[in-house]
Structure formats: structure tokens, C-alpha cells
Design a protein around this ligand. Structure first.
Ligand code: PMM
Length: 289
């Protein structure tokens, strides 16, 4: 059964279906599309193509969070992200910036970004939550325990759904204390971040507990499974993981399921298929006409 639609994030359109966020990684080393869009003109072109395919938001990031990734310095991150945010926002598209740094969030919002997507949930940069409070933009607060180089060492949970929910709740309180208006905040369980493959599946199966009015956090939930390793492991062939580029059909299946379970937004690389899937899910859960 679908959960009641969650309260929506202030500043984004309220839709009768799950939103689709398309991914533009302006990085040399992202696991899914690293190096393809380092050139700003190519990245903008790709973002426009995602918008034309039905993305409600285009998420621009300049730091890879693949396991083991080394962080770029802030100057490099700004140089990667800003021309792309500028180019897409100038075209009138809703752009989010995927960053853990307050400096980048501020500059990106100045360049036209309408949402800050922070995989660290405000934990990587001590200035981030105050910056988001001052910017007054919607904010995605993800469950996060450690930077990519060491996140695989932080996968201890008693009950992964309950523990992630509790840690998100605690971080929402920190955000509120920093002045962030929680009506502008969506949460994200952080699929693949300090989670084993089994824990990712457990979180997805328990999504209703995160979304649900009694057990959940009372905030919209973003789900980002796209091309992630746990899908490659599920689809292993001849002892080889299915490569990231061939995980889009499986990603679309997760979109349909997440949307049916009440997710507010999915973050995906292949937008067209997910844009269809969220419409199917919305119609499916609405029931007889
Ligand atoms: N995952 C990645 C990057 N950004 N943002 C949110 N909110 N949630 C995620 O799970 C997430 C994210 C890593 O995937 P990518 O390298 O394909 O962008």
C-alpha cells in the first residue's frame, strides 16, 4: 500500500507524483559517468537533454562520492560546478547543486541553483547548515557517517532502518537548531553510503517505515539507487558485476517501487525511463478512476 503523500518541500512544485532528479556529474571519477561531462558545454548539453527527457530537477555535482574517492579542493569544485549551474539556470531549468561545502552551495545558489543536495546532511562542513538557513532554499539532508575514503568502515547497525531513521532525526534537530526551516528539508537514507549491499536492500524494503506518518520522519524522502553497485551485484553475470551503464533497467524498477512506496523524489541518470515509471506508479496507486 502507498503511504500518504508526504508534506512537500517549500519552494518546489507540489506534484501528484514522485519527482525525478536527473544527474550531471562534472567529475573525472564518478563511478557511473565519470569524465563524460567535465567540459562545461557538454555538461550543460547533457543537463538540457535530461530536462527534455522529463527531469523535474537537474542535479549538478563536482565531487565524486564513489567509495574511496579523494576530495577535490574547493576551487576545483567551484570551477567544475558554477558554469554548468549558470548555463542550466539561465535556460530556466530547476537546478540543484550536489555539494558538501557551504562555499559551493552559496556560489551555486547565487548562480541560480534552487536546491542544495548535501550527501553529508550538514556533517562534512561545519558551516553548511547555517549557510542553508541563510540561503532559505530547499535542502536534501542525506544519512551520512563518513567521507568516501573511509565510509566502508562505518557499516555497523542493529536495525538499519531504525538506526538510519534515528540518525536522520538527530541530524534534522541539528539542522533546526542551526536555523534551517525544516519545511524546506527532504531526507535521504543514503543508499550505498556506509551501507553493505544487504543493508541497502533492507533500507529499500523498509522505505515505508521512513516515509510513513507514524514511523517516519514527517519529511519527504529522496531515494537514489541509480546504477549503484548493489544493483551490479544483483545482476552479476559470469562472476562479473553488471557494469554501471547497464544498470538502468534495474534502476527503473527501483524507481517504480520507491514511487509506489511514497518516495518524494528519485535521483537517476537515465531520466526518461524513470519519468515514465513515476507516472505509472502515480496512476497505479491512485486506484480505480
Ligand atoms: N549518491 C551519489 C551522489 N549524490 N545525492 C543524494 N541525495 N543521494 C545519493 O544517494 C547520492 C547523491 C552518488 O552517485 P553518483 O556518483 O552516480 O552521482
Amino acid at each position: 500500500m502507498a503511504a500518504e503523500p508526504p508534506p512537500y518541500v517549500v519552494g518546489l512544485p507540489r506534484l501528484d507524483r514522485c519527482l525525478v532528479m536527473g544527474v550531471v556529474n562534472v567529475t573525472p571519477d564518478s563511478f557511473s559517468d565519470g569524465g563524460q561531462f567535465l567540459d562545461p558545454a557538454r555538461a550543460v548539453e547533457h543537463g538540457l537533454a535530461l530536462a527534455a527527457s522529463g527531469a523535474d530537477l537537474v542535479d549538478v555535482g563536482g565531487e565524486s562520492t564513489r567509495p574511496g574517492a579523494v576530495r577535490p579542493d574547493v576551487t576545483d569544485e567551484l570551477a567544475r560546478v558554477l558554469p554548468v549551474v549558470n548555463g542550466l539556470a539561465a535556460g530556466g531549468f530547476a537546478v540543484s547543486v550536489d555539494t558538501m561545502r557551504a562555499d559551493v552551495a552559496e556560489a551555486a545558489v547565487d548562480a541560480g541553483a534552487v536546491l542544495v543536495n548535501d550527501v553529508s546532511g550538514g556533517r562534512a562542513d561545519p558551516r553548511m547548515l547555517a549557510a542553508v538557513a541563510a540561503l532559505g532554499v530547499p535542502y536534501v539532508l542525506m544519512h551520512w557517517r563518513a567521507h568516501s575514503v573511509e565510509m566502508h568502515r562505518h557499516t555497523e547497525y542493529d536495525d538499519v532502518v531504525a538506526d538510519v531513521t534515528a540518525e536522520l532525526r538527530a541530524q534534522l534537530e541539528v539542522a533546526e537548531a542551526a536555523g534551517v526551516d525544516l519545511s524546506r528539508v527532504a531526507v535521504d537514507p543514503g543508499i550505498g553510503f556506509s551501507k553493505t549491499t544487504d543493508q541497502n536492500w533492507e533500507l529499500l524494503a523498509g522505505l515505508e517505515r521512513l516515509v510513513g506518518p507514524d514511523t517516519g520522519l514527517g519529511r519527504p524522502v529522496l531515494v537514489a539507487t541509480s546504477r549503484k553497485r548493489f544493483l551490479g551485484e544483483l545482476l552479476v553475470e559470469g562472476g562479473e558485476l553488471r557494469p554501471p551503464i547497464d544498470r538502468d533497467d534495474a534502476t527503473t524498477a527501483t524507481t517504480a517501487l520507491a514511487a509506489t512506496m511514497g518516495a518524494w523524489c528519485v535521483r537517476v541518470h537515465d531520466v526518461r525511463a524513470s519519468a515514465d515509471a513515476v507516472r505509472v506508479a502515480a496512476r497505479w496507486t491512485r486506484g480505480p478512476a
